[in-house]
Write a protein that binds this ligand. Sequence first.
Ligand code: MG
Ligand code: MG
Length: 271
Amino acid sequence: MLKREEQPRPVEIKSRKELDLMRAAGKIVAEILNDLHGRARAGVSTLELDQRARQILEKYGATSPFLDYPNAQDRGPKFPASICTSINDEIVHGIPRKKRFLQDGDLLKIDVGACYAGYIGDSAWTFAIGGVSDKAKELMRVTEESLKRGIEQTNAGSRLWDLIEAIQKAVESHDMNVIREYQGHGVGREMHEEPSIPNFLDQDFKKRPSNIQFKPGMTLAIEPMVVTGSWETKVLGDQWTVITKDHGLAAHYEHTVLVTDNGPEILTLWN
Ligand code: MG
Ligand code: MG
């Protein structure tokens, strides 16, 4: 999740050797999400999930690219944890806390990054804690589906706007909204590389990213953030946690995807 508005740089094409490291990083991310999926239940604190993620990272000699990440304004506190845990109306960048216990009915978003041998994998998933509302289930289904639709467009020769449009359509056809102030991104040696991948196309073309053509070797973090209400956001006093202004529910799904000659390869696939 990257705040909009950055200077464009060229999109990197990773070498085969680099892609092996990207795959290794992606596998670690997948293992962490799989593990946390089994642990995330009512009564567990979000800090326990963070500590478990750190254990797995350490097992592989990997680190979290989120830990100590500088605040967008470069004034506020650096991100203090290894993963992001965002609950209900929190969309992204939630900080794991010792006394934040999961409750039955919560919609938990876990965002996981792993930096392995200098290369980064990035993936997020939404989990229902116990029984959640039908609306929450529908939100999860639509958001996951929109990620799938976006990934399907990640082919060599395809263009960025097609990917974005596929995500936006999959969401808006269900009367839900994509978050507009945060977006996906290229990923590799840095967590946020070119291109920026917003999840909507503005009708007046002023805020559209350049409509680049995908080439084999590009690695992209595609991440629809979807809400049942308005897409407007605000940041809490901790200067990290992003919530919906109207306190509507949010879901977030993300995969790191490699463009190949034979279609998209999901580097963070789990289960
Ligand atoms: Mg990301
Ligand atoms: Mg992420």
